[in-house]
Design a binder for this molecule. Structure first.
Ligand code: FAD
Length: 496
């Protein structure tokens, strides 16, 4: 991560900086722009909405309370993210939690109880192995051994084997490796929901093996941090300040409607915005989510092999919920895996996040899989959530009394916000790894970034950031090799 950051700074300063139009001010777009300015170029980020951050965007309600698109966790394995925090000098904004993974036992008939994997301070993979061996609540010793045996090919053949498992779902892989069903039910339903908001019979095994690999190979790979406030002000804004201090621009309310092509019906000539205005640049990077990109794509590109694979990629629905209670609930200062049918992970943000600290609880919860609820009303979603919270907080939450009038020994809901994202990160179903596009495309002046593009960090904040960095690298390489069409044309004209 650090070496790639240095690459941009060490490049010879361009004689004439490239103007690069970057579509989208999510983490991928801001990352691409940040590293382009490090290389001496002049990016212009065009964001459709009036809020920074894309899938990490957050808003303030009339009381001044923040609500977010998603509950976001930063892992120790996020090398590019950690490097960025250091470059922006904002490392103190990451609030690291103890090195543990904590699972609710409510759906296993033990309401209010939790099972912990505690990682001791010894090198990887031993810290992970000790954490697994010491936990006897979720898996028996025999089940752990059977799972360990199933993992042997991944350990022996490494990334090549991991990539080859993409065609198998987690459930199919477990069957193939003779891992008992209980391992899937106890651990991998929760893990699949947390990694990609879907169940293990849909998720590609490559995704799980990639995460396990990072967690088991790096001592602090699975250590988790919360940001100390909303991502758009605490992380995205410092990126914007950095970009603008070095000659780049970040413009809001700039929704791209179409790409206009040059005479060859291939190369991008300009971008046309919904208000009819046009933006011309030397190179273009799209970081729009794959569903939107499919709509923007010119017809002539759709015939090209590179873009055909996009048809198999689409965003997965997810719902993020914030509930403010009238009292402090007994929670832990950490992320919790709910292991319940409708919820994935949750945290009491009034405890875990400095910027949201309060003497009353605010639970932020990820509702997944969400396909059956994404079209339902907020009231329905809150009702279903409260039924699950009743089992997670026995004695403190009663679904029937949470919104009732009058006094009660149970916690009352003060207010809530439900944020639905019908198409969030790309659904990493079995077989989709193959069709994720690279940042370099067959179009000389058009590049791609976004967490759905090919990179080793899955559909995550780290994946988005890294993809932006890789796209910026490709633009710099194309510039060095004089393959950016307009610049090339100008250069030839000057020579003549
Ligand atoms: P986006 O954030 O989607 O950015 C794309 C941008 O393009 C947006 O700002 C959009 O408005 C803009 N755009 C779209 N169309 C146009 C147009 N026509 N013109 C101009 N601009 C346009 N990751 C983790 O690492 N850890 C987590 O714990 C985690 N939890 C999550 C929880 C939830 C509920 C969700 C939804 C996501 C979570 N993620 C998590 C994933 C992470 O948020 C994403 O992988 C990442 O933010 C994606 O960034 P991106 O830049 O690729 O895309």
């Amino acid at each position: 991560a650090k070496a790639l950051s240095e690459f941009f700074k060490k490049l010879p300063r361009p004689e004439k900086p490239l103007k690069v139009a970057v579509i989208g001010a999510g983490l991928a777009g801001l990352s691409a722009a940040k590293y382009l300015t490090d290389a001496g170029h002049e990016p212009v980020v065009l964001e459709a909405r009036d809020v920074l951050g894309g899938k990490v965007a957050a808003w303030q309600d009339e009381d001044g309370d923040w609500y977010e698109t998603g509950l976001h966790i930063f892992f120790g394995a996020y090398a590019n993210m950690m490097n960025l925090f250091a470059e922006l000098d904002i490392e103190d904004r990451l609030q690291w939690k103890c090195h543990s993974m904590i699972f609710s036992m409510a759906s296993q008939g033990k309401p209010g109880e939790f099972s912990r994997f505690d990682f001791p301070e010894i090198p990887a993979p031993w810290n992970g192995l000790v954490a697994i061996l010491r936990n006897n609540d979720m898996l028996t010793f025999t089940e752990k051994i059977q799972f360990g045996l199933g993992l042997l090919p991944a350990i022996a053949f490494g990334q090549k084997y991991v990539d080859e498992q993409d065609g198998l779902s987690v459930t199919d892989w477990m069957k193939k490796q003779n891992v008992p069903d209980r391992v899937n039910d106890e651990v991998f339903i929760a893990m699949s929901k947390a990694l990609n908001f879907c169940d293990p019979d849909e998720l590609s095994m490559t995704v799980v093996l990639t995460a396990l690999n990072r967690f088991l190979q790096e001592r602090h790979g699975s250590k988790m941090a919360f940001l100390d406030g909303p991502p758009n002000t605490r992380l995205c804004q410092p990126m914007v300040d950095y970009i603008e201090a070095r000659g780049g621009k970040v413009l809001m309310n700039q929704r791209i409607k179409e790409f206009q092509l040059m005479e060859d019906n291939k190369t991008v000539d300009k971008l046309v915005l919904v208000d009819g205005s046009e933006v011309e640049a030397d190179a273009y990077i799209s970081t729009a989510p794959v569903d939107i990109l499919k709509l923007l794509m010119p017809d002539s590109w759709k015939q090209m092999q590179f873009f055909k694979g996009f048809e198999g990629l689409e965003g997965i629905p997810v719902i993020n919920i914030h509930i403010w209670f009238d009292r402090k609930l007994s929670t832990v200062d950490h992320l919790l895996f709910s292991r319940s049918p409708l919820l994935s992970v949750y945290a009491d943000m009034s405890t875990t996040c400095r910027g949201y600290a309060d003497d009353k609880s605010m639970l932020e919860l990820v509702f997944a899989p969400a396909k059956d609820y994404i079209g339902r009303s907020d009231e329905d979603i809150i009702e279903a959530t409260m039924k699950e919270l009743e089992r997670l907080f026995p004695g403190e939450i009663s679904a029937s009394e949470a919104q009732s009038e009058g006094s009660s020994k149970y916690a009352k809901i003060v207010k809530y916000h439900v944020v639905k994202t019908p198409r969030s990160v790309y659904a990493a179903y079995a077989g989709t790894g193959e069709i994720r596009p690279t940042q370099k495309t067959p179009i000389d002046n058009f590049f791609l970034a976004g967490c759905f593009t090919k990179q080793k960090y899955l559909a995550s904040m780290e994946g988005a950031l890294f993809s932006g960095k890789l796209a910026a690298e490709q633009v710099c390489i194309a510039s060095e090799n004089n393959v950016i069409p307009k610049v090339n044309k100008e250069a030839k004209a000057t020579t003549v």
